[in-house]
Design a protein around this ligand. Structure first.
Ligand code: AMP
Ligand code: TRP
Length: 330
């Protein structure tokens, strides 16, 4: 039995990393068997920070499709598509923007954080579109009446806003048009980067999803560990060590042993990282092979995205008919 409907999306920004994979995509792959799923490459969202030079977007979109397909998303079962190919996202965004209080948007924590972060990099995105980012995200989700949204923890404030928007819409138009979407957080809510902070391209601490085995080993070798473990004989604290966080995901069979060895200084950080790197190389090898296969079939990838948009549009159009009707829009 289908458990419900999923919508999730990612911005094609050309930096797909293990945080994205472990925090979000790997859950999509798992949940695709239990839910009816819509997975969207949100190119309009990407424009909020790249409107001045969108020339690389087509390339980023293609690469994101390759990442998703090689990770194991089934293009027959799911609707995999590009946001701007389903214009209903824009229409619903516009209608929602009419009823979104500005104060709701200004208090979304990611808003000020990102403005500041990009400001530090010399980028000014104090725009109407950027303020409305979570409104567009709400439109994405509710256009398909999705009830479940698998994302990393950093997206939860956006989902809180989406739920408020749904309540407001249903209240104003006196009809339960939309269900309230809830987040789905998997086993890795916040994946650390090699410096121990949240993995993010803006920190330069990422492990690229498409990293070669050599690159993977090199990135793991650079990972920080328990700062109090200075000498090889010092006992370690796995609970605060980013390497152990990855072991939890990549070395389930040896986890107990690694934990004990770390606490007793039975294994050094260098060897502990080597073991991790080999597990990661092995786990990612299949994905990398599949990526090469998909990369050799660009026309098939294009067809998948076109077909995905066609199927998504059917659901989107049905929702918009209902929305227009309750809003007396013809
Ligand atoms: P982004 O590339 O930041 O737009 O994120 C795309 C998806 O990956 C979202 O669902 C994020 O929550 C998730 N994500 C990004 N970075 C991380 C991370 N370090 N840990 C967990 N999830 C993440
Ligand atoms: N804001 C999300 C991110 O940066 C991307 C996104 C856009 C999204 N629309 C969405 C995620 C709808 C889930 C549902 O990762």
């Amino acid at each position: 039995m289908v458990k419900g409907r999923i919508f999730s999306g990612m911005q094609p920004s050309g930096n797909f990393h293990l945080g994205n994979y472990l925090g979000a995509l790997s859950n999509w792959v798992k949940l695709q068997h239990e839910y009816e799923c819509f997975f969207c490459i949100v190119d309009w969202h990407a424009l909020t920070s790249s409107f001045e030079d969108p020339s690389r977007l087509p390339d980023y979109i293609h690469n994101m499709a390759l990442d998703w397909l090689s990770a194991g998303l089934d293009p027959e079962k799911n609707r995999i598509f590009i946001q701007s190919h389903v214009k209903e996202h824009a229409e619903l965004h516009l209608l929602l923007s009419m009823m979104t209080p500005l104060s709701w948007l200004e208090r979304v924590p990611t808003y000020k954080d990102k403005l500041q972060q990009l400001g530090e990099q010399g980028k000014d995105i104090n725009t109407y579109g950027f303020l409305g980012y979570p409104v567009l995200m709400t439109a994405d989700i509710i256009l398909y009446k999705a009830d479940t949204v698998p994302v990393g923890e950093d997206q939860l404030p956006h989902l809180e806003l989406a739920r408020e928007m749904v309540r407001r819409f249903n209240f104003i138009y006196k009809q339960e048009v939309f269900p309230e979407p809830k987040g789905y957080i998997g086993a890795a809510p916040v994946v650390p980067g090699i410096d121990g902070r949240k993995m993010s391209k803006s920190y330069g601490n990422e492990i690229p999803f498409a990293a070669s085995p050599e690159e993977l080993r090199a990135r793991v070798r650079l990972m920080v560990t328990d700062p109090q473990r200075i000498k090889r004989t010092d006992p370690g604290r796995p609970e605060i060590c980013p390497v152990f966080t990855f072991h939890k995901l990549y070395s389930p069979a040896e986890l107990g042993e690694i934990e004990t060895d770390c606490r007793n200084a039975g294994i050094g950080c260098v060897d502990c990282k080597k073991r991790l790197a080999e597990h990661m190389v092995e786990a990612l090898a299949d994905i990398h092979h599949r990526r090469q296969d998909w990369a050799a079939r660009p026309n098939d990838v294009k067809d998948i995205l076109e077909n995905g948009a066609k199927r998504a549009r059917e659901t989107a159009q049905a929702t918009m008919e209902q929305v227009r009707s309750v809003m007396h829009m013809g």
